[in-house]
Design a protein around this ligand. Structure first.
Ligand SMILES: [Zn+2]
Length: 328
């Protein structure tokens, strides 16, 4: 008989994802090996790809006011939680995160507020608990959105369903208290779903999600082929400052080169009349040499007519309404 071994396999029990993590009969855990895709049955492949998949496009014909493109700026305020989440923080890494709250967030919000640009702030609850003064900075204009980004940037793929849900409930409660209203947007830490994430966020009243990558336009998420009513606002690693602007990473690019990537992405979104969603992190983009990127991008976009700057919530609500999609 085959047995399940890895924590992910145990978490996935009840779905066919277990198929990838079954192990042979002996008791040596070192034998745990994924079964390669070429050994899977068609049924296993289709059940796996259909567990969470893109449904119909929710791209409206035009955005409010007849705008041809929606521009959505996200800031994932991770700060110290990146160093804390695996339980081995170093003083140096914590200080790098601390910069996000101490210097960068104010710099970013000042720029947004100067141009009256709304943005969405996805914040691990613990990041805000460590630096509660960030709430007032974000709330100052009344224009920005608070949204959920886990409790402490936990890796949901390593959690049981119970633990994943419990941490999310705590995060929602804390953000509700700070923001004065219940958040409706979810972004998974590190942009991945466990086998339980979709059903958990459906049960917690989120109306939109922003961690998946199947389109550049908003779409409805399907669960096992069935519509969920949840709007996906898709992201992409090339539209994220973290991988390209980490000087210790393997894909480091100079900020001005990254600006050109963002401009090219925006220009094509404008041509195609869709959506431009950019994810940034204050502790990356908020450094002096990177603010050049954000300022340059905003200047470039502002030189165009027919741009709708929106929070993720506003864009998801509008796309839902135009598509006649009922709330989940
Ligand atoms: Zn994050």
């Amino acid at each position: 008989m085959m047995r399940l071994r890895s924590p992910l396999a145990r978490a996935a029990m009840g779905t066919l994802w277990v198929a990838a993590f079954v192990a042979c009969e002996d008791d040596d855990d070192s034998d745990d090996q994924p079964i390669p895709g070429w050994e899977w049955s068609d049924e296993q492949v289709f059940e796996t790809v259909n567990a969470v998949r893109a449904g119909r496009s929710l791209q409206p014909d035009a955005w409010p006011g007849g705008a041809r493109v929606a521009v959505l700026l996200s800031f994932d305020v991770d700060n110290e939680t990146i160093a804390l989440r695996f339980g081995e923080p170093t003083v140096g890494a914590l200080s790098q995160g601390e910069y996000g709250a101490r210097v960068a967030l104010g710099r970013v919000v000042d720029l947004l507020d100067r141009y009256e640009i709304p943005a969405s702030f996805f914040i691990p609850a613990m990041s805000l608990r460590i630096n509660p003064q960030m709430a007032d900075v974000i709330k100052r204009s009344g224009r920005h959105e608070f949204a959920v980004h886990g409790w402490i940037h936990e890796m949901n793929t390593q959690l049981t369903a119970e633990k994943e849900r419990e941490l999310l409930v705590r995060a929602i409660d804390y953000l509700t208290e700070v923001a004065g209203e219940r958040p409706v947007g979810y972004r998974a830490p590190s942009w991945n779903f466990s086998p339980n994430t979709l059903s958990i966020i459906r049960g917690l009243g989120f109306t939109y999600e922003s961690s998946l990558m199947a389109d550049d336009r908003p779409y409805e998420i399907l669960a096992n082929g069935e519509p969920t009513g949840i709007v996906e606002l898709p992201v992409e690693w090339i539209l994220d400052d973290a991988p390209l602007m980490n000087p210790l990473g393997t894909r480091y690019s100079t900020p001005r080169d990254v600006l050109q990537v963002y401009i090219d992405e925006f220009d094509r979104a404008y041509q195609e009349s869709t959506m431009f969603l950019l994810t940034m992190h204050p502790h990356y983009i908020g450094h002096r040499s990177r603010m050049v990127v954000l300022e340059g991008l905003i200047d470039h976009i502002r030189a165009h007519d027919g741009v709708w700057w929106a929070t993720h919530r506003a864009a998801a609500d509008y796309a839902r309404e135009q598509a006649g999609l009922p709330l989940p």
